[in-house]
Design a protein around this ligand. Structure first.
Ligand code: ATP
Length: 434
């Protein structure tokens, strides 16, 4: 299967099975925006929960935050976004299509022309107005990153939690960028969700913390089942670094369209807190409780995209296998990410006893495990449908179950079937999530 076929198949599966739909499709769609359907909403939620658990709940030195999307406009002056958050764009003189200059390789990918307009800077922030007046005093921006909500709350969190360095603040939330060329499905969109950590530390600790976070973030993807051969770290060259940054490394995934960034981990030095101190007039320095020395903490920033991670997990999970001359499509999600963990299926939907027992089993399991009941097709077809959305186990109730209180449990990846007694079913499933 070539790479463009693979991407087409994933996009088609996402639509057919309700993972991802085009935004406002009935009106012809809106470029750069996507909607997560019933299964996509579960999958993306699982990605966010796994991230929050790994970086907040499992780290004694990281706390969470949920800052607002709209912020005081001076925030973006201080961060540099108002003046510098630009891409350089050019228009093809022949077909009039617009491109990011850094994405072009000499000629227009659409019509082949080599004639372009003069390059010009284009600010990627989306503007809106707050309040009743639509003048320059009411302009605010939809945040282009969640990070600044963390920096402006640094002192609040420090005071409220009595944290001592080093400590981190993590948040997940929507960000907006008026991308010139959104594309590659959900990889580059104009509205997306970020998962960001700002980890504050002493300047002398920063190089070690930078390395630790790179490894921790790389391992997070592996721990959630992503294949190691599809992941790599790429350290930025000096010419790629922002003027204040002391280092940046990307976690990249081998998408069907090439190696591309999932997440960046940067050593941002003390730039952000300094800038916000200067623009707000508030002292955002940290005071050492022992020596009373005051200084601006350095910050290590692991900054990932939730939609990009979700897309990478979808691509990585996609498998086709030949089973009895038929192609079995199976999404081999890690059990923490699978949108549905268990499907309870009655072998005969006209047998009232079987249906009642299957529904009772579903009712018992759902208190602890995300599961569904399905009787809309014959069992072979139901198995295939569940494989295609990555359901970890199918539990089948048959005539025999009514007599011996046992059911058949089918494992998604191996298709192995076990007969399991009902009183030990939940335990069996929980033991076999791996
Ligand atoms: P790129 O070079 O791909 O434009 P970036 O380096 O500008 O990305 P950052 O500003 O470092 O990206 O943002 C951190 C993370 O947010 C990225 O690693 C990515 O996962 C996610 N992200 C950024 N822009 C987008 C977008 N337009 N659509 C989806 N996710 C995005």
């Amino acid at each position: 299967m070539n790479n463009s076929d693979l991407m087409d198949k994933i996009v088609a599966l996402c639509k057919r099975r309700g993972f991802i739909f085009q935004s406002s499709e009935i009106y012809g769609g809106l470029n750069g925006a996507w909607d997560y359907g019933p299964l996509g909403a579960e999958l993306k939620r699982n990605v966010k929960t796994a991230w929050w658990q790994a970086v907040v709940h499992f780290h004694d030195d990281v706390v969470g935050l949920d800052a607002s999307i709209l912020m005081h406009p001076t925030t973006w002056k201080a961060s540099g976004h108002t003046d510098n958050f630009t891409d350089v764009l050019v228009d093809c003189k022949k077909c009039k299509r617009r491109f990011r200059q850094d994405h072009l390789k000499g000629k227009c990918p659409d019509c082949g022309s080599t004639e372009f307009t003069e390059p010009r800077a284009f600010n990627l922030m989306l503007k809106t107005n707050v309040g009743a007046m639509e003048d320059s005093s009411s302009v605010v921006y939809l945040r282009p990153e969640t990070a600044q909500g963390i920096f402006v709350n640094f002192a609040n969190v420090e005071d409220a939690t009595h944290r001592k360095l080093p400590f981190g603040i993590a948040q997940i939330g929507k960000s907006f960028r008026n991308e010139i060329t959104p594309g590659n499905f959900t990889f580059r969109t104009r509205e997306f969700e970020q998962m960001e950590i700002e980890y504050f530390c002493r300047p002398s600790e920063a190089p070690d913390k930078y390395k630790e976070w790179i490894q921790a973030r790389f391992n997070w993807y592996i721990d959630l089942g992503m294949r190691k051969e599809n992941l790599q770290l790429r350290e930025h060259g000096k010419e790629e670094l922002a003027h204040y940054a002391a280092g940046c490394t990307d976690v990249e995934y081998k998408f069907p369209f090439g190696w591309s960034e999932l997440e960046g981990i940067a050593n941002r030095t003390d730039y952000d807190l300094r800038q916000h101190s200067q623009f707000s007039g508030k002292d955002l320095q940290y005071q050492d409780p022992v020596t009373n020395e005051k200084f601006y903490p350095y910050v290590i920033e692991p900054s990932g995209g939730c939609d990009r991670a979700t897309l990478a997990f979808l691509v990585d999970a996609y498998h086709e296998e030949q089973v009895n001359d038929q192609t079995r499509v199976v999404m081999k999600f890690h059990h923490k990410l699978a949108p549905i963990k268990v499907a309870v299926l009655p072998l005969l939907k006209k047998n009232e006893g079987i249906v009642a027992l299957a529904k009772k089993i579903k009712g018992d399991l759902q208190k602890d495990i995300v599961c569904v009941y399905d009787d809309t097709a014959a069992i072979g077809k139901l198995y295939r449908r569940q494989d295609e959305v990555g359901t970890f186990f199918c539990v089948t109730v048959d005539v025999q179950s009514l007599e011996d209180q046992q059911v058949t449990v089918r494992h998604r990846d191996t298709m192995k079937q076990d007969r399991v007694s009902l009183d030990g079913l939940k335990q069996y499933l929980q033991d076999n999530f791996s």
